[in-house]
Design a binder for this molecule. Structure first.
Ligand SMILES: Cc1cc2nc3c(=O)[nH]c(=O)nc-3n(C[C@H](O)[C@H](O)[C@H](O)COP(=O)(O)OP(=O)(O)OC[C@H]3O[C@@H](n4cnc5c(N)ncnc54)[C@H](O)[C@@H]3O)c2cc1C
Length: 260
């Protein structure tokens, strides 16, 4: 059993991507490993307890795209299937704890991460937290801890500006990407409070599309698959009211009139 958290972990894992591999959990990283292992020629089984991979983020409307993608590439994808036990016969079984699992030495408030206010300041006002370890009181999304590279970069910069005297909340929407086989995806926003509707612009079968998740008549998240000009319009739309024209797929997303 191996963990994948550092560059050294990744380098060591690459040498072992052959033979028969079991990936436990069809999350983003698990599926990226599955894709890399298939491309390296390994036989890959993915076990996922939920009925669809990535269902919590994408919902059933789009999660099926990823299930189909992996099955078409030969992954034995076993959904609604839980791992009962692992019979250990070799390899590493331990890893340093994830930063969010560690108890900070300073004694400031924690709850699934270091609790920080909208300005990224911890309960000790001399302490700031950013990135994976920070559970922020986000002004648009509520309490949230985001494990994405983009958030770590932008929260770090924002915390520095607040330390230098700027009094502004960090309100950037989460952003992340994934590459699996020939599919590239970028996602902006957060559907943590659920959604009422998904507007899909494009074609699921060819996996070139843009999807916008709508909650209470506002766009709360957007994603594209292999539609590389779409990310800027998606970013513009997240947080705005969803208009009837947004659902008119004859109009390019970038040309749909915006409403505040
Ligand atoms: C396998 C994998 C794939 C990923 N893929 C993506 C992706 O495709 N897209 C994406 O957006 N994000 C991805 N992520 C998430 C992304 O890597 C993280 O969100 C990002 O690295 C967070 O940066 P950070 O600086 O907050 O934390 P980290 O990168 O974890 O850095 C924290 C550092 O602090 C050190 N540290 C911890 N505690 C202490 C201590 N007490 N004293 C001193 N040092 C300490 C740690 O060793 C570490 O070096 C991936 C993560 C993993 C593990």
């Amino acid at each position: 059993m191996r963990y994948l958290r550092t560059m050294d972990d990744a380098t060591a894992l690459r040498a072992d991507l052959s033979g028969s591999i079991l990936v436990v959990g069809a999350g983003w990283i698990g599926l990226e490993v599955a894709a890399a292992a298939r491309e390296a020629g390994a036989a890959v089984t993915v076990v996922e307890s939920a009925p669809l991979p990535l269902g919590a983020v994408l919902g059933p409307e789009l999660a099926t795209v990823f299930a189909d993608l992996h099955r078409e590439h030969g992954v034995d994808l076993r959904l609604a299937t839980s791992l009962a036990s692992v019979d250990h016969t070799g390899g590493r079984t331990t890893s340093p704890p994830h930063p969010s699992d560690r108890t900070p030495a300073g004694g400031w408030a924690t709850d699934n991460g270091v609790l920080v206010n909208s300005r990224l300041r911890a309960s000790d006002p001399h302490v700031f937290a950013a990135g994976d370890v920070a559970r922020q009181d986000h002004p648009l999304l509520g309490p949230i801890r985001v494990e994405h590279w983009d958030t770590a970069i932008h929260q770090g910069r924002h915390a520095a500006r607040v330390m230098l005297g700027e009094d502004a909340a960090y309100d950037r929407q989460p952003y992340f990407f994934t590459d699996q086989y020939d599919l590239g995806m970028e996602y902006v926003g957060h559907t943590g409070r659920g959604y009422d509707e998904v507007v899909v612009r494009g074609d699921r079968a060819s996996r070139v599309l843009t999807a916008l998740w709508v909650k209470d008549s506002r766009v709360v998240a957007g994603m594209h698959l292999n539609d590389w000009d779409a990310i800027d319009p998606i970013r513009t739309w997240v947080g705005r009211p969803a208009t009837p024209q947004l659902r008119d797929t004859s109009i390019a997303l970038a040309d749909v009139p915006l409403v505040d």
